[in-house]
Design a protein around this ligand. Structure first.
Ligand code: ADP
Ligand code: MG
Length: 250
């Protein structure tokens, strides 16, 4: 995955001011930064939940073709390409957002069956394996409302994995959880990192980022203020802002 000079403007507000990032297969890139620095917007642009104002987005070796939207921004030229790229990106949000009217296993097989055209039986087998991996086999027929936040988020991770993504995107996956539930979700994400999954992880869990990341990016006001390997970034930060940020969050 390669992102070059990504800009995003909402009206007069420029939220991303040229953010670049490269993640090779197996890389775990952690993105940290204060509230409002543009982290979620960056993830949403990669997934085309937002249209970038300018920049290059290359995923799975494919440059996303973008054309002017007539309002000084870009939008994807080819719907099909975006659907293809999205089908290889697993996204996990802060607020779990499992579909409430579906059981856990239904949540997990929904996209494989109804979007990707997988046979239902096959999707069930894969779905059950994924639920087992995140420790939720016993909850397969339960509706999200009856699950704890940690269970819902582990279910959301299983759902994201069900599309067999090339890259997993996590947007503060533990920040809406009660503190005692954070560990179980981090363990699942840590296992994925260990397996060599390519991931981009926005997080406030500095200790975790330090453990799992191969590269850390500190975003401030839509700009990369500092980046590098976790030992350097956390061990000997250069930027005063980053030093202060690390002090306030840890
Ligand atoms: P972070 O995830 O780092 O907290 P965000 O990417 O959510 O930051 O937001 C960055 C800035 O962009 C904030 O000032 C936010 O208010 C603004 N913003 C985000 N989404 C929109 C939107 N759809 N319209 C206008 N402003 C937005
Ligand atoms: Mg955010």
């Amino acid at each position: 995955m390669h992102i070059e000079k990504l800009h995003k403007r909402f009206g007069a507000l420029e939220v991303l001011k040229g953010v670049s990032l490269t993640a090779r297969d197996g890389d775990v890139v952690a993105m940290i930064g204060g509230s409002g620095s543009g982290k979620s917007t960056f993830l949403r642009c990669i997934n085309f939940l937002e249209n970038p104002t300018s920049g290059i987005i290359r995923i799975n070796g494919e440059d996303v073709k973008m054309v002017s939207d007539g309002h000084g921004g870009l939008h994807p030229a080819n719907r099909r390409q975006i659907e293809r790229i999205r089908s290889r990106l697993g996204m996990v949000f802060q607020n779990f957002n499992l579909w409430q009217h579906m059981t856990l296993i239904q949540n997990v097989i929904e996209v494989p069956v109804h979007v990707l055209g997988m046979k239902r039986d096959e999707a069930m087998v894969i779905g059950e394996q994924l639920l087992e991996r995140v420790g939720l086999s016993a909850k397969r027929d339960v509706y999200p409302a009856y699950l704890s936040g940690g269970q819902q988020q582990r279910g959301a991770i299983a759902r994201a994995l069900a599309i067999q993504p090339r890259v997993m995107l996590f947007d503060e996956p533990t920040s809406a959880l009660d503190p005692e539930l954070v560990g179980e979700v981090l363990r699942v994400i840590g296992d994925l990192a260990e397996e060599g999954r390519t991931m981009l992880l926005v997080t406030h869990e500095m200790k975790f980022a330090r453990e799992v990341a191969s590269h850390v990016i500190y975003l401030h006001n839509g700009i990369i203020e500092e980046e590098g390997p976790p030992e350097a970034l956390f061990g000997s930060p250069k930027s005063e802002r980053l030093k202060q940020f690390i002090r306030t969050v840890s």
